[in-house]
Design a binder for this molecule. Structure first.
Ligand code: NAD
Length: 353
């Protein structure tokens, strides 16, 4: 095999284990900070306040206004609180939306970020920030955006509802599948991707059976770290382009859209990336797209774009947008084949073997 790659390690501190939430104050101190602003969504406000109490004198306040897609107005409101409380670091407790707000603050202030993730989205280990202004989403990549410390405490994910665990898990798995065929993949990103996919293949069915099983919750969060790290390290392709198109132009729900699209985009690329996707056939038992579809179906994932209120006319528009400024993809794309792929995902068809 002709090996030819470039590898850069992610300069973040990762702390993983049950109960590690209790070490947040220690990590604030070790980082030389003493005024932590805890941030969360309104939904997780009580959890944010509880974490601030645990942090004790090193916490200077709670901002519970984080929202999906990091609206600039929310960032501006949070920056006011950063300034009023004289915060010297942010502790983001939550999923990708809360992590996004922490990143938006750090991008503008260079404050240290500690992230305590409660979903499997993986944003905590990427230097990428997506933000919206007047309904327009822009994405920026910068070293200031990458959180410095991530504390994964599986106990915090026991309350993640089963449906969200399934879609969030498939969202994470999509990072790994696209990472496997990324043009700029390297041996470490590929090892992490396969290990992350194995972790979710083992844990998600268990979580559906027993939502509070400690081992499965730990395994899934471990998978989230691996898959998120792949997302942060290498370029994404057609799958992410389509999901960004659907989310950005039709406001479809983030994790659910990834969950529906993954078997279809994997099937689309299966032949062009057969060698690097080969581990999927063993992990998911079947063809690349069909095996993933069977897996998603067995754990109760949404299977059809139609369920998000999209019409077939929307698919026409989405296909046209998705082929504009395309991301690199292992199989060349054209509008007709993307339109067909969207039709299959809309109807909820199982990809052919
Ligand atoms: P989210 O953060 O929007 O969370 C959805 C809801 O679930 C929120 O109300 C949240 O408070 C709640 N929630 C989170 N954890 C919970 C738990 N353990 N128990 C109960 N409720 C909980 O959802 P998400 O899927 O994690 O993140 C989606 C956002 O993250 C999108 O805006 C997406 O673009 C972004 N994202 C960014 C990157 C990146 O690298 N920049 C990567 C992945 C996702």
């Amino acid at each position: 095999m002709n090996r030819d790659f470039s590898y850069a390690g992610s300069p973040a501190r990762i702390v993983f284990g049950e109960g590690k939430r209790k070490t947040v104050a220690d990590w604030i101190g070790k980082a030389g900070c003493s005024r932590a602003l805890v941030i969360s969504t309104p939904h997780q406000k009580a959890d944010g306040e509880a974490l601030a109490r645990e942090i004790g004198p090193l916490a200077c306040g709670v901002f519970a206004g984080a929202a999906m897609h990091t609206p600039i107005e929310v960032t501006e409101a949070a920056l006011k609180v950063v300034s009023e409380t004289n915060a010297d670091c942010v502790v983001s407790l939550g999923g990708g939306s809360t992590t996004g707000l922490g990143k938006a603050i750090a991008y503008r202030t260079d404050l240290l970020q500690i992230v305590v993730p409660t979903t499997y989205a993986g944003s905590e280990v990427t230097p990428i920030l997506g933000q919206t202004q007047a309904g327009r989403k822009t994405t920026v990549r910068h070293e200031k955006i990458l959180p410095e410390i991530v504390i994964y405490d599986p106990l915090l994910t026991h309350g993640l509802p089963v449906g969200m665990s399934v879609t969030s898990g498939l969202n994470a798995m999509a990072h790994a599948v696209e990472g496997l065929y990324a043009q700029d993949r390297n041996p470490i990103s590929s090892l992490m991707a396969v290990e992350g996919l194995r972790a979710f293949a083992r844990s998600l069915p268990e979580i559906v059976r027993e939502p509070n099983g400690a081992e499965a919750r730990s395994e899934a969060l471990y998978g989230a770290w691996l898959c998120g790290t792949v997302l942060g390290a290498v370029g994404m392709a057609l799958h992410h382009k389509i999901c960004h198109t659907l989310g950005g132009s039709f406001d479809t729900p983030h994790a659910e859209t990834h969950a529906v699209m993954l078997p279809h985009t994997a099937a689309f690329n299966a032949a062009a990336a057969a060698d690097v996707l080969a581990p999927l056939t063993e992990i998911f038992k079947g063809s690349i797209g069909g095996g993933l579809w069977n897996f998603a179906s067995a754990i109760g994932a949404p299977l059809s774009l139609r369920d998000f209120g999209l019409t077939e006319a929307d698919l026409d528009k989405a296909a046209s947008i998705a082929v504009q400024n395309p991301y690199w993809n292992p199989r060349p794309i054209d509008r007709a084949s993307i339109r067909q792929l969207l039709q299959d995902a809309w109807e909820g068809n199982r990809p052919a073997d």
